[in-house]
Design a protein around this ligand. Structure first.
Ligand code: RB5
Length: 146
């Protein structure tokens, strides 16, 4: 089982969804480590991917949520860090398989592209689904060496 503390970060375009998902996680009994941003003032999403990598690397958290407008920029930035396996998710199947097959430790959303109920449902699945291991382990190992 992973730590019951979830890091969450976004740029300005993901700020509103970040607030909503943070509140939802707290209601579910998780502690939330909010890495910002703190408002709608434009910021660079890559800074928040870097901050997420730090808290994962330091083992402060095992799982995180990253959000930008489409989820694309912050996914690209996140996956430059070898300790992050960030999955940009749009639906429940993706959320479940990102855990079962990819052992994703970061779920990424597009704040401008996903509905709030879909995002909440995907986050639930992401946090409640285990990695299957087996044949997927070697693929993840090879990917982490790139
Ligand atoms: C910000 O306007 C927007 O470009 C950013 O949130 C993200 O969608 C980039 O991929």
């Amino acid at each position: 089982m992973f730590k019951k503390i979830i890091a969450i970060a976004s740029d300005h375009a993901g700020y509103e969804l970040k607030v909503l998902l943070g509140e939802t996680l707290e209601l579910q009994g998780f502690s939330v480590l909010d890495l910002g941003t703190d408002g709608l003032q434009p910021v660079d999403y890559s800074d928040f991917a870097d901050d997420m990598a730090k808290v994962i690397r330091n083992k402060e958290v095992d799982r995180g949520v990253l959000i930008c407008g489409t989820g694309i920029g912050i996914s690209i930035a996140a996956n430059r860090h070898t300790e992050l396996r960030a999955a940009l998710i749009h639906d429940a199947l993706g959320a479940r398989l990102s855990r079962q097959h990819n052992d994703a430790n970061i779920i990424v959303f597009g704040g401008r592209t996903i509905g709030t109920e879909v995002a909440k449902d995907c986050l639930d699945l992401f946090l409640s689904t285990e990695f299957e291991g087996g044949r997927h382990k070697q693929r993840i190992y090879k990917t982490s060496k790139i």
